[in-house]
Design a protein around this ligand. Structure first.
Ligand code: AMP
Ligand code: ZN
Length: 456
């Protein structure tokens, strides 16, 4: 049997297509990473998790050493400057920026780790790639795609015949629909910034167009070309990035390099919504990953990272998710069931082939989970590992009789109900001797005392 056929939905063609890597020895994927001015919210967790599953699947299909996943850190952006000035008034702006980006990047790493995401192969920072961005602008200026005006270098969208293909927008429609007043210095309302002059203590780098800083879209074009080449396999991000961000990345990259395409497959995850609205910082309806995992701000309790991961993956990546406490509870129950069934198993067995086949249909994770429900033992553990679930096994470790523990916990709760503290404590000590540590808590809904356990 050969490898299963991987089929992916391509936003560019609006179809599911067979995936054929340019070079099977080096499958290359770029995903737009965070702008590090504030902690990531759980909507931002969605692309991190979805593309982590794809990364794991590609590694499974092509071999770990044959997949390169690049996810950048945007550490130069006007939102960062504003946040640094707000949070550290009176401090030198560049020092304040370093504090904000350092702290936010560290938190992002902690968050994605807690969600079971592998580190990308390369995580470039925009500020380490300024020279590449300047070169790209120079190429665009030389080829007549960019012009200097009003202290900026702008991309001329009418200079590219295919502009708008990804988002399926025609230029004349875009202009007729543009509600924002045309800025005087722009030739066309859709022209976007490649370089912008900096003043005062704003971060800036020398360039032929004055000391300045790059535009956001340019960062991804320069970093993807540097680390993955002018043409690569997969480019991903959330739905909101299709226009203008990804459209503009394509325009810059194709025009600077003289290529027909930037990436073969463009993939976009749907939104995580709260009460029908996209979770976003601007709407103020967001909860950070950190708050969900480490505080009781959502549903009155903290949630394990793998519960959030599973809750996210129960919905197909292109569909919207209505986020709720019920969804987390459902995921938690499913994870507990897997943990029971995989108790004592090792993730050393073969991954279930049927499950891989289901995943190969445009990341049909919910289909794969239905199949996983029918698995047990080492195959269950290995297949869950492929989807990035492994922490659950550490908690409920091998070699203990789970039903016995559950029974003793029930008995102890009954004794506590009778205020028979001495015997209740005796059971706790008895279990402790087996290495089982009890954790008392309260069910946030019923208020009832509940007891969880873990191996020490
Ligand atoms: P941003 O920091 O806004 O650039 O977002 C980082 C990533 O998260 C991008 O890929 C966005 O498309 C994605 N994203 C932002 N909000 C949501 C949301 N509510 N649901 C799913 N993805 C989102
Ligand atoms: Zn990008």
């Amino acid at each position: 049997m050969g490898e299963p056929r991987l089929v992916l939905y391509n936003t560019l063609t609006r179809m599911k297509e067979d995936f054929r890597p340019i070079d099977p020895d080096n499958v290359r994927m770029y995903v737009c990473g965070p702008t590090v001015y504030d902690f990531a919210h759980i909507g931002n967790a969605r692309p991190a998790i979805v593309f982590d599953v794809l990364f794991r699947l590609l590694r499974h299909l092509y071999g770990e050493a044959h997949v390169t996943y690049v996810r950048n850190i945007t550490d130069v952006d006007d939102k960062i400057n504003a946040r640094a000035a707000r949070d550290h008034p009176g401090m030198n702006l560049n020092e304040a920026i370093a504090l904000v980006t350092g702290k936010t990047t560290d938190q992002y790493h902690a968050d994605t780790r807690a969600l079971g995401c592998l580190e990308p192969t390369i995580e470039p920072r925009a500020t380490d790639n300024i020279a590449q961005m300047r070169d790209m602008i120079q190429a665009l200026v030389n080829k007549g795609h960019a012009y200097e005006a009003g202290g900026e270098v702008l991309f001329d969208v009418t200079s590219m015949p295919g502009y708008g293909a990804l988002s399926n927008r025609k230029l004349d429609e875009q202009q007729a629909g543009a509600r924002v007043a045309v800025e005087e210095h722009k030739k066309n309302p859709g022209d976007f910034v490649l370089w912008k002059q900096s003043s005062g203590d704003e971060p800036g780098w020398p360039s032929p167009w004055g000391v300045g800083r790059p535009g956001w879209h340019l960062e991804c074009s320069a970093m993807s070309a540097r680390y993955l080449g002018q043409e690569f396999d997969i480019h991903g991000g959330g739905l909101d990035l299709i226009f203008p961000h990804h459209e503009n990345e394509i325009a810059q990259s194709c025009c600077a390099h003289g290529t027909q395409k930037m990436a073969n497959v463009w993939m976009h995850n749907g939104f995580l919504q709260v009460e029908g609205q996209k979770m976003s910082k601007s709407l103020g309806n967001f909860i950070t990953i950190h708050e969900l995992l480490a505080t009781d701000k959502f549903g009155g309790r903290a949630w394990p990272g793998e519960v959030l991961r599973l809750a996210m993956l129960m919905t197909h990546y292109r569909d919207p998710i209505d986020f709720s406490r019920r969804k987390l509870e459902e995921a938690e129950r499913l994870l507990a069931k897997f943990a029971r069934k995989a108790a004592g198993a090792k993730a050393a067995g073969p991954v279930d082939a049927e499950c891989v086949e289901i995943l190969c249909d445009d990341l049909n994770v919910s289909g794969a989970l239905a199949r996983i429900n029918a698995l047990d033992g080492d195959t269950l553990a290995s297949t869950l590992d492929l989807l990035g679930f492994s922490h659950y096994r550490m908690k409920k470790a091998a070699g203990v009789d789970e039903s016995m523990i559950a029974e003793r916990i029930e008995a102890r709760l009954a004794l506590i109900g009778e205020k028979n503290w001495a015997e209740a404590d005796a059971i706790r000590d008895e279990l402790a001797a087996l290495g089982v540590q009890l954790k008392d808590g309260k069910d946030p809904v019923s208020g009832e005392r509940v007891t969880d356990w873990e191996m020490r």
